[in-house]
Design a protein around this ligand. Structure first.
Ligand code: ADP
Ligand code: GLC
Length: 489
């Protein structure tokens, strides 16, 4: 079935990216377009996106019907994303500034209005262009008002028949704002109630999306179960239990062309499972780049991450000193986030020349070098809806050391000591002890059972993380949603 699919997202690689959301939206869209569907991704034209000739003006001006009046100064630009099309809405008041959600760690205080505008402008673009999708696929809280529009204000418009899918990439961020944002959005105050958009006296955009979407997905089967519990539900577990019959977990795939050690142009030597020698060249380059002692025998433990509570890297910061004192290992960290954690890694680097290297900031090229040049990759996440880096690592023969949660539990298979089975190392509790012991286990495997390391590497590199399988599951959900929506008319 050749469907018309509209993706709504606040990030889309390579145009804008804070985390894995951008990669997922981009690679899933390309995959569906490749299979013959008509796919458009609607996203903001942030000023950080370089204005080049590849962007064509698509619709200008676009009148956006917000509740407090029409916003007249929007324009929509278009560019190719593989065989998909990306539509970027330009609106200076909201998107002409440094930062996507915040600047220097401080969230913009008009984020509610900014992303309500994103939702409404996407809908108004469809109405103005006469392009009506079968499915509107909404990603995370910035797209949360779309299912609400489709069930209320736009129910009787030509868009009313479009089914909505809401994908939860991260339940922790919910888009909580003053109720005035609902008025700006042009959505009736009748929706400001507990079984729609209201939560504890505030507008909750994510909750609105969850209550109103035709179907809900999240990015791994384990996370789909976890978020129905109070431990992982971030206060919305009740809503998710209520909608459990419409909720399904589908593991993310990865862009296997972009993340391929055999053809990656961002690393100094290419390699694959049958000719792995280039990995040693990448390791030497990484040691050089991160100021680590150049020694192929010492295992390098890599990190590429946002440095926030979710990722559990505070646990690593707390044990890094005893780790490098007691074991012959090196640590290479790339990340940015909480100032105290950035500071902790900077101090650890200064105190341990040759053993710990860090780069605080965002650097795509270095992230590829860390994936390729490290021997192990650390993700001690407290929760991880899917996680992409462990999959990138495995493809590059870098063994993941992960907490057994969410998508990490679904993608990494535990090493069985002495057999060479598995492709990584998992631990259960989010504690310094558990992380320390698991790194110790990996380290002893490196020095004492090198042939096991080689077979774990082979297993990891042979794993299939392409979108083929998961895109089929999304197709099933799209069809299921279209049937339900059609039946409701
Ligand atoms: P999350 O989306 O929760 O941050 P994921 O593992 O799904 O976690 O995706 C993270 C993505 O962001 C990966 O593509 C990773 O390489 C990238 N990334 C995170 N931090 C950095 C950084 N400091 N520099 C470069 N890339 C980064
Ligand atoms: C979120 C999650 C991450 C997931 C990504 C893409 O940012 O934190 O686990 O991989 O979205 O779905």
């Amino acid at each position: 079935m050749k469907m018309k699919i509209l993706m709504i997202a606040s990030e889309c690689a390579p145009f804008s990216k804070v985390g894995g959301l951008a990669d997922m939206v981009s690679s899933l869209s390309k995959q569906f377009a490749e299979s013959g569907c008509e796919v458009k991704v609607f996203t903001p034209f942030y000023s950080s996106i370089k204005r080049t000739a590849k962007f064509k003006k698509n619709l200008a001006p676009l009148s956006v019907h917000m509740g407090l009046g029409i916003e007249e100064f929007a324009a929509v630009w278009s560019a190719n994303l593989g065989k998909a099309e990306v539509l970027l809405v330009e609106f200076n008041r909201f998107f002409d500034r440094a930062g996507i959600y915040n600047y220097n760690g401080v969230s913009f205080d008009d984020n509610g209005g900014r992303f309500a505008f994103l939702c409404r402008s996407a809908m108004d673009w469809c109405l103005a262009s006469g392009w009506y999708p079968d499915v509107v696929h909404c990603h995370d809280w910035p797209a949360g008002l779309i299912p609400v529009y489709l069930n209320t204000t736009l129910r009787n418009s030509p868009l009313g028949r479009s089914a909505s899918i809401f994908t939860i990439h991260n339940l922790q961020h919910q888009g909580i704002f003053d109720r005035g944002v609902l008025e700006y959005a042009g959505i009736s105050m009748r929706e400001f109630r507990q079984d729609s958009c209201e939560s504890m006296g505030m507008l909750n955009m994510l909750k609105g999306g969850l209550y109103n979407a035709t179907k809900i997905t999240t990015v791994s089967p384990t996370y789909a179960k976890e978020i129905r519990t109070s431990e992982y539900g971030c206060g919305l577990d009740g809503v998710l239990r209520f909608r459990a019959a419409d909720l399904i977990g589908i593991l993310n795939g990865i862009d296997v062309k972009e993340w391929n050690p055999a053809s990656d142009k961002l690393i100094p030597a290419n390699y694959d499972v049958s000719s792995p020698d280039g990995k040693a060249v990448c390791k030497a380059a990484l040691q050089e780049r991160m100021g680590l002692k150049n020694d192929p025998k010492i295992p390098v433990f890599g990190v590429v991450s946002r440095l926030y509570d979710q990722k559990g890297l505070d646990l690593l910061a707390r044990i890094a000193q005893p780790l490098v004192d007691n074991m012959s290992i090196q640590i290479a960290v790339l990340g940015s986030g909480e100032p105290w954690l950035e500071g902790a890694f900077k101090s650890l680097t200064a105190a341990n020349p040759g053993k710990i290297g860090s780069y605080i900031g965002y650097d795509n090229e270095l992230s590829h070098l860390i994936e390729a040049g490290s021997d192990f990759f650390l993700m001690p996440s407290r929760f991880e809806p899917c996680g992409l880096n462990q999959m990138y690592s495995m493809r590059y023969g870098t063994l993941p050391i992960v907490r057994s949660t969410g998508g990490l539990a679904d993608t990494v298979s535990q090493y069985v000591e002495g057999t060479g089975q598995g492709d990584g190392f998992l631990f259960d509790s989010a504690t310094c002890d558990a992380l320390y012991n698991t790194i110790g286990w990996a380290c002893s495997t490196w020095y004492d059972r090198p042939s096991d390391i080689l077979s774990l590497r082979r297993n990891a590199m042979n794993k299939d993380f392409s979108w083929e399988v998961s895109a089929k599951s999304y197709e099933q959900v799209y069809k299921w949603a279209i049937e339900s929506r059609t039946a409701a008319f």
